[in-house]
Design a protein around this ligand. Structure first.
Ligand SMILES: Nc1ncnc2c1ncn2[C@@H]1O[C@H](COP(=O)(O)OP(=O)(O)O)[C@@H](O)[C@H]1O
Ligand SMILES: [Mg+2]
Length: 468
């Protein structure tokens, strides 16, 4: 290199430094804008994420999440001419940190001897160091783990949901809310014949159903029917706005409800008889719900009204008892045989003990949710015996008013329970959706060709046909 070259390079240096500074300035500006535009919770998370990154190297060593490599690298052996022992190298796991309103999400690399198990053991200490209420470590791919830290308990923060008013992308996907790590929770209700929702009054059962209605109503592939045991007439109740998007609605009258359930059982039988001819398959879910063969959702709110035992020997009481028993039998038919023809029953009640929802119905519902409960027995009745083994998720711990809108869920296909913060949909949003989607309402029975039902009843599970 001649002197000339050097001076030429030196001539560029200010330019290079300038470009470097400009890049740093733009980067800082982007960050500053992001920071300023974020809400207060997210800002805190941004600061938290910076702290997590800055302290990682030291923290990882102290929590024994580093590996020591005693074998010198090839280069180090070559350079080591004096034969002195080469210092072992400390390998610090990589850490990439992102944030959201509730806290940080970090992806940490695994090292020899440091994997999921070691990170999970370190989780409580990470929670202390990072000032998190809760830290969970999961592994979604080999070679790294995801560390989720929530600064705030997502279950304790009421949220609101504004329905989009558009047809949901996935058919029959029920968006429920967020779990204790603020991760979205949804349930696939395809192939699900029944859902039970239990919980003390005023804890969010009806609101949960309101959200489902708000999200699904814009879809042409669904039709709703509702029995609300809390009211005598539609205009009094929680579902007032929704009545125009429902092909049937009844209040607390047992006879009316009985007629509605019978009507749906007739629909079920009709569909069972026709499914192969009309859809060309044995189960509607093989082709999916459609406008011509919509998923029928029957909502039974305050379900105990329709099923509870009436004790007494006078004529009226006996009549009511017979009706309640008949109602239970009809709903059982729907839950047991409705799945393959696209009928879903959602039962909500304050208590889910046997007299509120008969156990023979409850036990065939694969998805169960429970908001707060007063007693351990009620929790077991709502979610099954297993809840005793999962004290953290037990709904008796949800009685604090901060937990209005929080439910514990079990799904037959997974072990354990998930606690979910469900969002609240303000009535005006729901009313708007109901209004703009009312033209989609159709009686699913009218969409089927005429058929004589006196003979056939091919039930879903091949059980004894119902008497006509
Ligand atoms: N997810 C929620 N988040 C915040 N508040 C809620 C939520 N769900 C319900 N609430 C509040 O609780 C009240 C009662 O809810 P509701 O769904 O009618 O209870 P339930 O049907 O269990 O008796 C609502 O009017 C609302 O003020
Ligand atoms: Mg209610």
């Amino acid at each position: 290199m001649t002197l000339n070259d050097v001076s030429e390079v030196m001539g560029y240096a200010p330019l290079l430094v300038g470009v470097g500074l400009a890049v740093i300035a733009v980067w800082a500006l982007v960050w500053a804008i992001r920071y300023l535009r974020a809400d207060a919770m997210t800002r805190q998370s941004i600061r938290q994420a910076v702290r997590v990154r800055r302290t990682w190297k030291r923290l990882a060593q102290m929590l024994k999440l580093c590996a020591t490599d005693r074998m010198p690298t090839a280069l180090a052996s070559l350079a080591n001419t004096e034969g002195k022992p080469v210092k072992p190298r400390v390998l610090v796991p990589t850490l990439k940190v992102t944030h959201d309103a509730y806290g940080v999400i970090a992806r940490a690399g695994c090292l020899p001897g440091v994997g999921l198990e070691q990170y999970q053991k370190a989780a409580p200490h990470l929670a202390d160091a990072w000032r998190c209420t809760r830290v969970a470590v999961t592994q979604d791919e080999p070679g790294s783990v995801v560390i989720r830290g929530v600064r705030l308990d997502p279950l304790k923060f009421p949220t609101e949901h504004r329905p989009t008013g558009t047809v949901p992308q996935k058919a029959a996907q029920w968006e429920l809310g967020v779990d204790e790590y603020a991760q979205p929770v949804s349930v696939d209700l395809r192939q699900v014949p029944g859902v039970t929702v239990a919980g003390l009054p005023g804890k969010g059962k009806t609101s949960l159903i309101n959200r489902l209605l708000s999200d699904w109503a814009p879809a042409p592939w669904v039709q709703f029917a509702c029995a609300d045991g809390k009211v005598s007439a539609a205009y009094e109740g929680d579902y007032y706005a929704w009545v125009k998007r429902m092909f049937a609605f009844v209040g607390d009258d047992l006879e009316e409800a009985n007629k509605l359930f019978q009507r749906l059982v007739d629909l079920r039988r009709k569909r069972s008889a026709l499914v192969l001819d009309v859809l060309g398959v044995k189960s509607m879910w093989d082709v999916g719900a459609s406008e011509k063969w919509p998923l029928v959702v029957l909502i039974v709110d305050e379900a105990h009204t329709y099923f509870r035992d009436h004790k007494g020997s006078d004529k009226r009481t006996k009549e009511l008892a017979a009706l309640a028993a008949e109602n239970a039998r009809l709903v059982e038919d729907l839950v047991k045989k409705g799945r393959s023809v696209g009928i879903l029953v959602i039962l909500a009640t304050q208590k889910s003990t046997g007299d509120a929802i008969p156990t023979f119905i409850r036990d065939v519902c694969p998805v169960g949710l429970s908001f707060a409960q007063k007693t351990a027995e009620a929790a077991v009745a709502a979610l099954g015996e297993d809840i005793r083994d999962w004290p953290d998720a037990n709904p008796i711990n949800l009685q604090d008013p901060a937990y209005v809108g929080v439910a514990s869920m079990n799904h037959q296909s997974q072990p354990g329970f998930t606690r979910i913060r469900t969002p609240y949909v303000p009535d005006e949003y729901a009313a708007e959706i109901a209004h703009t989607t009312k033209h989609l309402t159709a009686d699913p029975a009218d969409l089927l060709p005429a058929i004589d039902l006196t003979k056939e009843d091919p039930g879903d599970d091949g059980s004894t046909p119902l008497a006509a």
